[in-house]
Design a protein around this ligand. Sequence first.
Ligand SMILES: *Cc1c(COP(=O)(O)O)cnc(C)c1O
Length: 420
Amino acid sequence: MYWPKLSSDEIKLKVFNTLNKNTNYRKTPILGIPGTYLDAEVFNNDAPFLENAPFLSTLIANPNHIGCHTMGETDKIFKGTQELEKELIKLCAEQVFGGEVDSQDGYVASGGTEANIEAMWIYRNYFIKELKASVNEIGLIYSEDSHYSLSKGANLLNINSIVIAVNKENRELVLSDLENKIDLALTRGIKYFIISMNLSTTMFGSVDDIENVTTILNRKKIAYKLHVDAAFGGFIYPFSTTASCYTFKNKNISSITIDAHKMLQTPYGTGIFLIRKGYMKYVKTSEANYVPGADQTLCGSRSGANAIAVWMVLHNYGSEGWKIKTQALLELTSNICCELDKLGIRYFRNPLINIIAIHASDIPTSIAEKYFLVPDTYEKKNEWWKIVVMSHLTKESIDSFVNDLKSTVTTKAELTLKEC
Ligand SMILES: *Cc1c(COP(=O)(O)O)cnc(C)c1O
C-alpha cells in the first residue's frame, strides 16, 4: 500500500487545477443544465480566504458528479473534478483494498447506507438477469450485529433477510447457525444469496471471520455474491494489520463499502462504494437520458466537493501518515482498556479497531450518560455501552471518565498493580 503525502500547497494546486478543468458557470455560457454555482448572496464567492480554501471553493462552484465516473464516460462540464473522483476510487480500491490496476468501479455515495444498498441492488439484479432468479428466491445473509442499513435495503429491494446469530461474548458469527439457516432457506426455495460481511460492526468493532464463512459457502456450492460492509473499519483495519483477508485479492469478495465521513473526518456525504468491474451495468438506469453514460448509482445528483474532500484528507497524510494516525487511535483505545482492566470492568474490544463495548452492568448509567456513551439499544434495557475513540478525544476527557469510574465503581483495583 502506498500513496504520497502532499504539502498543503501541492494539494491546493492540484485541486484548483482540477476545478479549472471544469467549465465555469461564470465564464462560459452554459444554457442547458438545471445547475449553477451556489447562491452568491448567501454563499460569498469572492471572500478572500477562498483562494486558500480548495474544498470550499469547489463547494461554491458546485460541480455535479451525477452518475459513475470510473466507467469511461464523464460529463464534459465537470470533467476536471470527476477525473479526481476517479483517481480517488482507484486509490481506495487499489492501495487501500489491494485491487488489481483498473479492475474496480465505484463512486462517492451519500454514505454507508447507500453504498450497502447499491451492492444489494446490483446483486439482486445480477441474479435476476444472469440466473433467471425471481425476487423471492434471493436471500440476504448478515449477522445480528450488522448495521440496520442491511434490513433497510432488504425491505426496499423486497428480498429475504437471513439473520445469523453471534456469540454473545466474542461477537463471532455462530457458524452452525449460518449452516442451519442456509439449509432452511434452501428448503424454503431461496437459491441465491447475497452475503454482507462486517469489516467491523458499528457497535462492537468485531470483524466477521470471512475465511470460515466463505469455506462454508463454497463447500455448499450455493450461488452467492459477497459484499463487505467496511463503513466503519474501512479506514482503520487495512492500516492496523498487514494480514487482512478483506482485500480484492480475495476472489470471494465482489464489493466494499467504506465511509470516509467516519474515521477519515470528511464531511457527511462521503460514503465510498467499490466493486469489481463488470457489475455496475446491472443497475444502469438507461432512462437517465440526460446523464452522459447513463446513471448506475442510487442517488442521482451529488456534490463533486465530497470527492475532493476525501482526496484531500488522504493526500494530507499519505499512506504512512494515515498508518501513524491509526496507530495513535488504537493506542489510546488500548490505554482506556487497560484502565478498565484495573477497575475490573468487562468489555469487548478487537485490538485492530478503536471501539470498546463495555458491559452495561459494570458501570453506572449516570457516568455512561455523562460521557455520551452509546447503548446497544434504546428500546429495552441495554446490555452494552460503546466508546468510539475518535480524534476529538483528549487525554483530559479520558482521565476525567476514568476518575469518575474510579470513584464510583467498587473494584478489584487494589488487587491489580499493573501499570498502563
Ligand atoms: C455507519 C455504518 C453504516 C451506515 O453508514 P451511513 O454513512 O450512516 O449511511 C453502515 N454500516 C456500518 C458497519 C456502519 O458503521
